[in-house]
Design a protein around this ligand. Structure first.
Ligand SMILES: *Cc1c(COP(=O)(O)O)cnc(C)c1O
Length: 414
């Protein structure tokens, strides 16, 4: 059976819209990334790209650790068999409740982003009578821009500004319940070419080494983040990184003293690269209509299904380039292919998956497949992203509470 036949059969059995995740592709991507990284590196899978427990589990069996940023993601990691004490908990806004839940579950490594974030972690860990390790996340200059450590990086909610030496000294000093063990950088996502990525890593190593020189800190872990690119919602293969391992190795050797470099474990993080290629979205054409010289192909998948963040109108729409899986039963002659607007079923003009897709011969009932949507697909919607609990909704009538609920993204196994 071909991939197309298989996807068509899944759609017939389970209906559309449907995401299919291929674990063989997940394992293939994990092997490719691991082969491109320096030997002995730790690889974290960033769950926000796709928190499906079976996807996480496939990566765990490939040796990828879990990087989580919410209690929901931590639960998904544990459901996939990760031991909490190996999980890395990151993110710029960690509440007391989240820290308490994470420490209670056994998480012992956190990336801290500011003096306040670290103080809160230390206080909660102290309350609970535990000691945990932390990586200090840095906000330094971007590699593609170049420049020295003394240039401040961009304004960003992420990381501690490397220009603020007082804050860095404080963050890198052990406290009773939080021991700094390393540095964490994550400068960019989806860096499309190897040269750009090497420049980012080179800058990350320089920045980290300069912080260590300035503060006397000796890291055991250097988490260089990631940014490994993959095609999204269009056909194609992720690039390989044949020069990466040697380049990072020589940057570390050039900027850290030899004994420190030997005692230091490198870590990398990836969401997109590991899972993008594994996902395909199958969607049905519900209608094809002409409106003032433009053709609209209305799908049962919209921005609530794919590219949810673009529903705000501030991020680019996904520009999905689906291919057709099969013809609808009614096989009337097809029109010439010409660019059409691919839209979803939502009642907003922002529900657009592509303003110019080459699917002029699409007809109602056709099945389309959007490739490379294993990362930042279904859960990259505004409420699903990062698996945070949804807000509580309280209904009251002049001060008397009549209903309290919290919507959930519960699962139903089919
Ligand atoms: C989102 C995120 C990643 C993963 O990014 P990708 O581009 O999907 O690889 C890694 N590290 C941190 C800290 C992140 O926030």
């Amino acid at each position: 059976m071909t991939d197309r036949q298989f996807l068509t059969e899944l759609a017939a059995r389970y209906g559309t819209p449907l995401y299919a995740y291929d674990l063989a592709a997940v394992r293939h991507a994990a092997t490719a990334l691991r082969d491109d990284l320096p030997t002995g590196s730790r690889v974290y899978y960033s769950l926000k790209a796709n928190p499906h427990p079976r996807v996480i589990e496939a990566l765990r069996t490939e040796g990828c650790e879990a990087e989580v940023s919410s209690v929901g993601e931590l639960e998904a990691a544990r459901a996939a068999g990760h031991a909490a004490d190996r999980v890395l908990y990151t993110g710029p806004g960690k509440s007391v409740a989240a820290l308490r839940a994470a420490l209670g579950a056994g998480v012992r490594t956190f990336s801290v982003e500011s003096v306040t974030d670290r103080a809160r972690l230390d206080a909660v860990a102290g309350d609970m009578g535990v000691v945990c390790a932390c990586l200090v996340r840095l906000n330094g200059p971007a590699g593609s821009v170049g420049g020295s450590l003394r240039m401040t990086g961009g304004a960003s909610p992420f990381g501690a500004d490397v220009a603020d030496t007082a804050a860095l000294r404080s963050l890198l000093t052990p406290r009773d319940h939080t021991e700094p063990v390393g540095l964490h950088t994550y400068f960019a996502t989806n860096v499309a070419d190897e040269d750009g990525l090497l420049a980012e890593f080179d800058q990350a190593v320089r920045t980290s080494a300069a912080v260590c020189r300035d503060t006397g800190f000796v890291p055991r872990v250097l988490d260089l983040g990631g940014g490994f690119a993959a095609p999204q919602a269009v056909p194609g293969e992720p690039i390989r990184h044949p020069r990466l391992s040697a380049a990072v190795g020589s940057a570390v050797a050039a900027h850290f003293p030899g004994d420190e470099a030997r005692g230091m474990r490198l870590a990398f993080e990836s969401g997109r690269y590991l899972v993008a290629g594994a996902g395909t979205l199958v969607t049905e054409v519900l209608d094809v209509k002409e409106a003032r010289g433009r053709t609209f192909v209305v799908l049962d998948a919209g921005v609530h299904t794919l590219g949810g963040m673009s529903g705000l109108g501030r991020l680019r729409a996904p520009d999905a380039r689906p291919y057709r899986l099969g013809r609808a039963a009614d096989d009337s002659p097809a029109a010439e292919p010409s660019p059409v607007s691919l839209v979803g079923p939502l009642c907003t003009p922002l529900d657009v998956l592509n303003r110019s897709a080459d699917l002029g011969d699409a007809r109602a009932g056709d099945l389309l497949a959007v490739p490379n949507v294993g990362a930042y697909g279904l859960t990259a919607s505004l409420v699903g992203f990062l698996s945070h609990p949804l807000p509580v909704e309280v209904v009251h009538d002049g001060g008397t509470v009549t209903s309290v609920r919290r919507l959930g993204l519960g699962e139903t196994h089919l």
